[in-house]
Design a protein around this ligand. Structure first.
Ligand code: AVJ
Length: 702
């Protein structure tokens, strides 16, 4: 911006007027009593903010630039931000609302006189006047107080139009490659703490495209996040215990209280009103972390972040000066706050004026604060993930599978397409169902024999196929670690989001190991798995049951061919048992498996633009005694036609017609060992859980 010219004087005056109108409009619905009251120890009475805006403006413009006497003698004593703490301001002999309104208007008259008058021309060499900085300072100050006042109103419980963040479409995270970028700003009106612009270098990281939503937070609550000590920092846990926080500020049972009303909680809305401690606990629960402010700014400047300006975002960074920082125009703006007590927030909220919500802007507050319109965005280390299955391959494979599957009789869709982010999440929920014994039984076996497996395999590298969240694998990793063998972890999954979270978590938990993620397809990318080390390849959870008798030999042979003599293969298989228990495991009372099945149709809707109406389909799991497998289908409740624009298809379904979506084969020891031998493995060990529900087979490659 050029130095203030007559032209930009008019622009500055217009902006000042606009900010003032917004401030008065905000206070308009409130009575004088409401303005004068101290609603919270955390926030000043509104009438204090009002007169403080005037005092700040008078101090910098009327007095400092214009050389005039203070317009209000007790201004400094009552309205300097450092004189009295917020909680005591209600007891001061403050101006009443009418007097405060009158005061700020008289200050403004003097400001406009200074802006239009000689004194500005005399500013040669005065850095305060360079590019009209001091006007920018006063303007931003007022804009920021408008947001502070909105926080006060939101805490007060008073009825007010208020505002809210808007849902941000999109999902997933972005990889930001290692490399340099410019941090900070030298714009004319940037604050001292944003200066100087300088080059920074960051390692690769991943950051979510969108802020965390209320819906995600509900899952954290349902998973007992506020009670799980291990998710919280020491300081955060101490705060949680002292505060008694069990949900974000203002949350009720499915409702959120704001601006004097209880409203239904919108799961798609960006989450707000959490402390930095809560944000950190959530991030850990999600297998992620808060971004540093440098990461945030790099990603934001690269245009990778959506929803910036809906909620402030807590970062992992304490507030500090950039290298070469110089306090300007006074240390009390930023410098006195530098240190570990404060955390930086980035972005800006729905209540922040866009001129403040700039990408270099740094807000800061105590990590316990919850009245701010602040939420978070997740970041993860940019641990190497190899996309053998890029988004385009994935799309192509999906299209081919759906085209072929819907043209065959009976119609079918391969089960791997269940696992988008939501499908992976639902499967996680299945593993915790009372009816779904598989995961618990397999864990029981691993608990008993992980040490044996580590010893028998002699492996230094663990490769997990179809890794999902790699929860049970930790038992094996711990055993390898205990034996001093662990060097490398490779996880393969079709869903990149699930994989990235898992890689980040494993990297944090097993720092001695090199962790590598491969986005890939079990039927196509086995040959491309990293080959370093002596590997123990694990295929757990009876996932092999998704392959039918024709596909299993092909899969096992491809796997065998990708392995070296001396390496080991650990396979988990669910065993044939009482059909009643089998059916129950795939038809749980809570309906989670039905949701998992139906999610396949959502995947087709999301990815191919299909118009499956989930309400017209029914989850049908059956035990097929001849083939010894669970046969899972979706039954069309009525005759219907489904359009799949991406494939140019319109597919008719008859009433009662069944779409084959998944099989889950069940095994017997003799059968699976014969299949392993046939593929060139040598079965060495066989373990089951106490009840004999589940089997674990360890083979070697000879
Ligand atoms: C992940 C394939 C092992 O077959 O039990 C669970 C999938 N489907 N409930 C299984 C599944 C419905 C699961 N596998």
């Amino acid at each position: 911006m050029p130095p203030v010219s007559t032209d930009s004087r008019a622009a500055v005056a217009a902006e000042l007027a606009e900010a003032r109108a917004a401030m008065f409009a905000l206070l308009e619905p409130l009575s004088d009593d409401e303005l004068a009251r101290q609603w919270s120890a955390l926030q000043s009475p509104l009438v204090w903010d009002l007169a403080h805006i005037g005092h700040f403006e008078d101090a910098w413009i009327g007095q400092r630039v214009g050389g005039l006497q203070p317009l209000l003698e007790e201004g400094e004593e009552l309205y300097d931000a450092f004189r009295h703490a917020r909680h005591g301001r209600g007891e001061l002999p403050l101006l009443d609302p009418d007097a405060a309104r009158d005061y700020v208007s008289r200050v403004r008259d003097r400001t406009l006189a200074v802006l239009g008058g000689e004194s500005l021309g005399g500013g040669d060499g005065d850095p305060l006047l360079e590019n009209g900085f001091v006007f920018g300072l006063v303007l931003q100050h007022e804009r920021q107080h408008v947001e502070t006042m909105l926080q006060t109103i939101s805490i007060s419980g008073l009825r007010h139009p208020g505002g809210r963040p808007r849902p941000v479409p999109g999902a997933g995270d972005r990889l930001v490659e290692a490399g340099p970028f410019l941090l900070g700003s030298d714009d004319a009106w940037a604050y001292d703490n944003e200066r100087p612009v300088h080059e920074r270098e960051l390692p690769a990281f991943r950051i979510d495209a969108t802020p965390v939503t209320n819906g995600a937070w509900l899952e954290f609550l349902a998973d007992g996040g506020y009670g799980r000590r291990e998710l919280w920092s020491d300081e955060g846990w101490a705060w949680r215990e002292a505060d008694g926080a069990e949900a974000p500020l203002g949350w009720g049972d499915g409702t959120v209280r704001r601006f004097g009303r209880d409203e239904p909680l919108d799961p798609d809305e960006p989450l707000q009103h959490v402390s930095c401690h809560e944000a950190e606990a959530f991030a850990r629960w999600a297998g992620a972390r808060l971004p540093t402010e440098e990461e945030w700014e790099k990603a934001a400047k690269a245009g990778l972040l959506r929803g910036v300006g809906e909620v402030w975002e807590w970062t992992a960074s304490p507030f500090a000066g950039y290298p070469g920082f110089r306090a300007f125009p006074y240390p009390e703006y930023s410098e006195v706050f530098f240190g570990d007590d404060y955390r930086v927030l980035r972005g800006g909220s729905w209540a922040t004026h866009p001129s403040v919500a700039r990408l270099s802007f740094r807000n800061w507050d105590f990590p316990v604060r919850r009245q701010i319109f602040a939420g978070l965005r997740l970041a993860r280390d940019g641990a190497p993930i190899e996309a053998r299955l890029g988004p385009r391959d994935r799309r192509g494979a999906l299209e081919a599978d759906v085209r072929e599957g819907l043209a065959s009789t009976p119609k079918r869709i391969p089960p791997k397409w269940h696992y988008d982010e939501e499908g992976s999440r639902l499967f996680g929920e299945i593993t915790r169902l009372p009816e779904y014994y598989l995961t618990r039984r397999e864990r029981e076996i691993l608990e008993a024999h992980a040490g044996d497996i580590a010893a028998a395999s002699g492996a230094d590298t663990l490769v997990e196929l179809g890794a999902g969240t790699s929860e049970k694998t930790r038992l094996l990793l711990d055993a390898l670690r205990a034996a001093g063998q662990l060097r490398r972890i490779v996880v393969l999954d079709v869903d990149e989001v699930t994989l990235a979270a898992s890689v980040a978590r494993l990297s944090a938990e097993y720092p001695e190991a090199e962790v590598q993620g491969v986005v890939g397809d079990l039927e196509r990318h086995l040959g491309e798995l990293p080959r370093e080390g002596r590997r123990l390849v694990c295929f757990l959870g009876s996932s092999i049951g998704n392959f039918d008798v024709e596909h299993r030999p092909r899969f096992l042979r491809a796997l065998r061919d990708s392995m070296e003599p001396g390496e080991s293969f650990l396979l988990g298989v669910d065993l044939v048992k009482d059909p009643g228990r089998l059916v129950a495991a795939y038809d749980d009372a809570a309906g989670v498996t039905a949701r998992f099945s139906l999610n396949l149709l959502s995947v087709l809707n999301d990815e191919l633009g299909a118009d499956f109406d989930l309400a017209r389909w029914e989850h049908v799991p059956r035990w097929d005694a001849d083939r010894e497998l669970m046969d899972i289908r979706l039954r069309s409740r009525e005759a219907q036609r489904v359009r799949i624009p991406a494939l140019g298809l319109e597919v008719p379904f008859a009433a009662g017609e069944e779409l084959h979506t998944e099989i889950s084969a069940k095994f017997r020891r003799e059968g699976i060992e014969a299949e392993l031998r046939e593929a060139g493995f040598e079965p060495r060990e066989w373990w089951t859980d106490e009840a004999g529900d589940f089997g674990l087979s360890l083979s070697s490659v000879v």
